[in-house]
Design a protein around this ligand. Structure first.
Ligand SMILES: [Zn+2]
Ligand SMILES: [Zn+2]
Length: 370
């Protein structure tokens, strides 16, 4: 993994007036500067949220101004070493909170190395167990982890309603999961993800893990306030992670999609990008722009990315550039690089998942599910 020493593009987003008002029109201005954020970074007077580039997966570091740190997810296991090195470069010496949004390997894999190498005060877990070797390795790493004073980190299963005040500036609210856990959904681990909102003055940042439709619906039904200026887009931009209703409840100004370049799931999906664009949300993507840092300076969001925003053609979803391939007989459709494509004579092509599903086709779990 090659480390990004300089974050090149800085975008300033000013949130006008009171953040509660719907008429809140942000003024966007792009300033290109070679602002060297070489590490170890000097302590900032402003809180920072850094969406780390862990390929196909999620990992975000929150640096509070009182010096405390929270790491939310850690990408796949093979990202662990690079992640540890990147955290050190950023001046991290210990982690106050490590949050495992849910038990999938693209969220907890890299945390195993992190737990071995950094003193950790608390680990937050969704409590929704998953019988996978990676989850068991992560639990073992939690058990052998150490706090800064040599004790054992607290392992906390968090649930809706919990609040944490960090210094005088920030509040962390847990919005999900709640009991009883959702079961029988497309992906129960995804639908019991830890969903959290961090509030820094009038700026709120919503972390959604890999939440899908069922978990969103429950949050609506139970009247949970989801408003946030910054949205970590759920499930790497998958079509089941975002829809216009959700965006109308969150009303984000900025969205960050964490996914790997040319990943096999086709993330982010076209439907998600379109919904975000229609809602007027400024999109940042780790697959195209690398690490994305958001610094919160009062009502101003200072966004810096490791690489410049690519041209519009590249910002499109991979599913827009590549066709989906269906099998006439089984009515299953595949990503174009799936190793189990149907024979040529049985192939039928679609330009989107919606189109395939409208014709009664379902996605192949191996290449398009999770
Ligand atoms: Zn995931
Ligand atoms: Zn997942």
């Amino acid at each position: 993994m090659c480390f990004i020493r300089t974050l090149l593009l800085v975008t300033l987003l000013v949130l006008g007036g009171c953040a509660e008002r719907a008429s809140n029109t942000p003024t966007l201005s792009h300033t290109e500067l070679s602002s060297s954020l070489e590490t170890p970074t000097s302590p900032s007077r402003n809180p920072r949220i850094v969406f780390l580039d862990v390929g196909q997966g999620d990992s975000a570091l929150v640096q509070f101004t009182n010096g405390q740190t929270m790491l939310i997810d850690g990408g796949e296991t093979d990202q662990g070493r690079g992640l540890v090195a990147r955290l050190r470069q950023r001046g991290v010496r210990q982690l106050d909170w490590v949050v495992a949004s849910h038990a999938h390997s693209d969220h907890i894999g890299g945390l195993i190395q992190v737990l071995r190498e950094f003193p950790v005060r608390e680990v937050w877990d969704s409590g929704f167990r998953h019988d996978s070797p990676v989850y068991l390795d992560y639990l073992r790493a939690v058990r052998s982890a150490r706090t800064p004073d040599g004790g054992r980190p607290k392992f906390r299963v968090v649930k809706r309603g919990e609040r944490l005040q960090v210094g005088s500036e920030a509040v962390v609210e847990v919005l999900a999961p709640s009991q009883p856990y959702l079961t029988g959904t497309r992906s129960d681990p995804n639908n019991n993800s830890i969903v959290m909102r961090l509030q820094f003055g009038s700026v709120r940042v919503l972390f959604t893990g890999d939440m899908e439709r069922e978990q969103r619906t429950r949050l609506y039904r139970e009247g949970v306030n989801l408003r946030a200026e910054v949205l970590k887009v759920a499930h790497h931009g998958a079509h089941n992670g975002t829809d216009p209703t959700f965006l109308s409840r969150v009303q984000p100004k900025v969205a960050v999609i964490s996914c790997g370049r040319n990943n096999r799931y086709g993330h982010p999906h076209r439907e998600t990008l379109q919904a975000l664009q229609r809602a007027g949300v400024k999109i940042y993507r780790t697959d195209l722009q690398g690490e994305v840092q958001i610094e919160i300076a009062g009502k101003q969001l200072r966004v810096a990315t490791a690489r410049k925003a690519p041209n519009v053609a590249e910002m499109r979803s991979p599913t827009e550039r590549t066709r989906l391939i269906g099998n006439r007989n089984s009515k299953v459709y595949h990503a174009p690089d799936c190793p189990r494509l149907p024979r040529k004579e049985n192939q039928v092509f679609f330009s989107s998942r919606q189109q395939a599903e409208a014709q009664g086709y379902r996605p192949h779990a191996e290449c398009l599910g999770e």
